[in-house]
Write a protein that binds this ligand. Sequence first.
Ligand SMILES: NC(=O)c1ccc[n+]([C@@H]2O[C@H](COP(=O)([O-])OP(=O)(O)OC[C@H]3O[C@@H](n4cnc5c(N)ncnc54)[C@H](OP(=O)(O)O)[C@@H]3O)[C@@H](O)[C@H]2O)c1
Length: 348
Amino acid sequence: MKALVSTASPADASDQDTRGRGPLVQTSLTEVPSPVGKDLPPHHLCIKVEYSSLNYKDALGVTGTGAIFKKLPMVGGIDLAGQILATPASGTDAGFTVGQKVVVTGCGLGEVRDGGYAEYAVEDAKNVVPLPPELSPREAMILGTAGFTAALALKRMEVNGQRPDRGPIVVTGASGGVGQFAVELFARRGYEVLAVSGKNQSDAVVRRLIGLGARRVLAPEDLEQSSRPLEKARFGGIVDNVGGKLLANLIPQVDLWGNVCCIGLAESSELHTTVMPLILRGVSLLGVSSNNTPWAWRTEIWQELATRLKPGDLEGYVHSEVGLEAVVSTGRALLGRQIAGRVIVRIS
Ligand SMILES: NC(=O)c1ccc[n+]([C@@H]2O[C@H](COP(=O)([O-])OP(=O)(O)OC[C@H]3O[C@@H](n4cnc5c(N)ncnc54)[C@H](OP(=O)(O)O)[C@@H]3O)[C@@H](O)[C@H]2O)c1
């Protein structure tokens, strides 16, 4: 079968990535042994992959910019959706059947073991979610880890008391995959959303974010002014995709009992702040790990994404649909901040 395989580059002086985080990888479209017709490990399913997607983490991995792969060679792709081709002779606890449509996001896929950039995948049933009938595999991959994570952030924040009357929600990295979904999901739940985007000079991006429900689109520079532990309280909460200075400058501006949901590190993995907003305003710093979300929450969130939370115009999120051969070059463009929205990867 065809797979996009990342292998270690030949070791030489140029073998360190620019952030010094391990060896560079080379990624190429390769013919590899197919699992079709082979015995499956207990509780594993053989899935014919129809679509995958390109997330920030995938881009770091396939371009060798970040040490995403825990071993090499590795087939990347942290998301996949498709159809079950074979079940183990012993069956599975969840009762999966041949022909059933399924989705897998995270759970170590495309990091710890081979992921969605291949015609077939063998995956432990405990990570596999039955695809709700309201979503096609393609639609599931338009959402992918990005849509799932935005919905998870909404859930985390509301479980922790976030409400529209607590003030506006700031979404950073707003033109990205997680960012766009967060803008729409929070706006539809009745929150006033302030989108922060480095692409705020682009009319198309601003129109898109306003169309998704943002009240305003701000430049990161408009917000990077805080130098004190507490500033005037302006925001009800934050959905943050970028980390670093921008996040540090937003936290002192969050109002009483607001939630700061940390999702990403597109700017930096560092966060220099004080405990003052936490101890004087009751602000909560919440983490989100889409990779490690328990199965019960996974199935619940996918069900909600297929129904109550399903975006009105999923196609509008698609920046591009590419084949496996274009994943690496598109990954470079994504890391270069040239992409707004979702890249889906057509497999079969
Ligand atoms: N915790 C989790 O479970 C989880 C799940 C999914 C994703 N993530 C993380 O969340 C972040 C967003 O993921 P994604 O898939 O939505 O990526 P994406 O589509 O590439 O979006 C990232 C956005 O961040 C902004 N950005 C990019 N480079 C930046 C930089 N150097 N400085 C400041 N902002 C920058 C850009 O938005 P603007 O140009 O509009 O500012 C970009 O569109 C990534 O860090 C990803 O690793 C975490």
